[in-house]
Write a protein of this length. Structure first.
Length: 82
């Protein structure tokens, strides 16, 4: 059994976040601007489904691995099987 974890956008991901996701998580973070209203930063949640890691940002951005083990970025309102 693998346990998930949470961390705040911009913070160093915990060591439990697989290396295969880290570059894409960093790319997502660099594409987001600073909230001009000073709202709290969104948080990432790492979960596991059938042994595959899923990192989801509170904004709905999801970073996971495809069948080939490559990191994929999508949004939770996108059809995963399209």
């Amino acid at each position: 059994m693998q346990l998930g974890t949470r961390w705040t956008l911009g913070a160093q991901p915990p060591s439990s976040v697989p290396e295969a996701l880290r570059d894409q998580i960093a790319a997502v973070e660099s594409s987001l601007g600073v909230d001009p209203l000073g709202q709290p930063a969104p948080r990432w949640t790492l979960t596991w489904l059938e042994g595959r890691p899923i990192a989801e940002l509170d904004t709905g951005v999801i970073v996971t691995l495809d069948a080939d083990g490559e990191a994929v970025v999508r949004h939770d309102d996108e059809d995963e099987f399209a």
